[in-house]
Design a protein around this ligand. Structure first.
Ligand code: UD1
Ligand code: CA
Length: 422
């Protein structure tokens, strides 16, 4: 099948030893999503139509994590002989493709699509065989440094290990965001060697090689320090998480969500939140969650994956909602647990009420009809169906089965107090 361009290659074969983990480094999560999924999104957002992920360490984990994404292909690098070698193993997949190839690394989850799109665009306009994005940072430790001549023209990238003391002081760094013209990339990779401190094939030698061969190579300072944070340790992972969390919250605030105390709120990268929703401190929203408009969340609410709150829902203090749907106007203001529940409109869930959804082996659903009232400390032993406008007394334990619409039940086990109104 012909390759659809532009192409992006994402390097992800390394183990990431300093993570001290059995998991492939790029699968560690930032705000609920794997690092590599952000890089994939950035590449897509920049316009890449085909994405090749270079895998090696824990390859099976990567196949599983990126399974079913039609634009992603995998290239296997059995031995991690360096970033240049990692790109080279993609060549057989790209036979016959002669368009632009962006190369990124999978451990920079904060990359944003906009500057990468600029790089594609500039490479096309300039017709340059190679273009690279750079960033200026306060602390360049760990990065390759960008060397320029006295006129500011790009000369080469020097790895930190290979730097002289003067080069070490340079604060313009290589974040590993390149765009190459395919034929130029392959020819330069054929010519680079391994005479460096690590004895590896360095992709960073390719731009210099192309420059020496007479090609135009531009280093453009288009990335910000935040964009290029590379994750090598758990400490870096936490730093990336904090920056990503600020971006997520900034996005939702721009969309009209009020967040009272951003530093004490956590919102997963996959959550969606409607306008004029108000989130009080110490609320945690994890996984794929959809929250409607004008909802009130927290303080101390935990809203978990698979949950949908319609408009005007209140989920208050110490309420845990998991894999549940709450229809509009429904209120669970304090100390409740709703798991695998489908709750109708204008339902009131009393303080301390819970769905007992797990029988020790399996999870079971609870449905609660429109207008029902579930009393304080009630336990609904799932599977339970509570009909519309039914009332569950405080402290009732409702056994598996049905509470008919309009009835009031109370006690342990719960029994009808009065029949449905006629
Ligand atoms: C690389 C760059 C450096 C840059 C830095 C941050 C080189 C030689 N150096 O250094 O200039 O500042 O990234 O962007 O390229 N990988 C493979 N196969 C390999 C080696 C690495 O897939 O054989 C992958 C790793 O999994 C990782 C990425 O490439 O995702 C970067 O490798 P890493 O070892 O972290 O490179 P750095 O030393 O950080
Ligand atoms: Ca790195």
């Amino acid at each position: 099948m012909a390759i659809e361009g532009p192409v992006a290659i994402i390097l992800a074969a390394g183990q990431g030893k300093r993570m001290n983990s059995d998991r492939a480094k790029v699968l560690h999560e930032v705000c609920g999503r794997s690092m590599i999924s952000y890089v994939v999104d950035a590449a897509r957002g920049a316009g890449a139509r085909t994405i090749i992920v270079v895998v090696g360490y824990a390859a099976d984990q990567l196949y599983a994590a990126l399974d079913g994404e039609p634009d992603i292909r995998f290239a296997v690098q059995d031995k991690q002989l360096g970033t240049g070698h990692a790109v080279k193993v993609c060549r057989p997949l790209l036979e016959g493709y002669d368009g632009p190839i962006m190369v990124l690394v999978g451990d920079e989850p904060l990359l944003r699509p906009e500057p990468l799109a600029d790089l594609f665009e500039r490479q096309r306009k300039e017709g340059a065989p190679c273009l690279l994005g750079t960033a200026e940072v306060d602390d360049p430790t760990g990065f390759g440094r960008i060397l320029r001549d006295s006129a500011g023209r790009f000369l080469r990238i020097v790895e930190e290990r290979d730097c002289s003391p003067e080069e070490r002081a340079i604060r313009e760094v290589n974040p590993s965001c390149y765009v190459f013209d395919a034929p130029a990339l392959w020819s330069s990779l054929d010519q680079i060697g391994t005479s460096n401190a690590q004895g590896e094939y360095y992709l960073t030698d390719a731009p210099e090689q192309l420059l020496r061969a007479g090609g135009k190579v531009l280093a453009l300072n288009v990335l910000s320090a935040d964009d290029i944070l590379g994750v090598n340790t758990r400490q870096h992972l936490a730093q990336a998480g904090a920056i990503m969390q600020a971006r997520i919250q900034d996005h939702w605030m721009t969309e009209g969500v009020s967040i009272v105390d951003p530093g004490n709120t956590y919102i997963d990268g996959r959550a969606k939140i409607g306008r004029d929703t108000l989130i009080h401190p110490f609320s945690v929203i994890t996984g794929v969650v959809t929250i409607g408009e004008r909802c009130k969340i927290g303080p101390f609410a935990h809203i978990r994956s698979g949950t949908t709150l319609a408009d005007d829902v209140e989920v208050g203090s110490f309420v845990d909602v998991n894999r549940s749907t709450l229809d509009s106007g429904t209120i669970a203001r304090h100390l409740a647990y709703l798991g695998d529940a489908k709750v109708g409109r204008d339902v009131n869930i009393g303080g301390g009420a819970i769905t007992a959804n797990f029988d020790g082996e399996r999870k079971h659903p609870t449905t609660i009809g429109d207008g029902a009232r579930v009393g304080a400390n009630a336990v609904l032993v799932a599977p339970v169906q509570v009909g519309a406008n039914a009332v569950i007394g405080a402290g009732a334990v409702v056994p598996r089965g049905e509470v008919p619409a309009g009835t009031t039940v109370a006690g342990v086990p719960a029994k009808p107090l009065k029949p449905a109104a006629d």
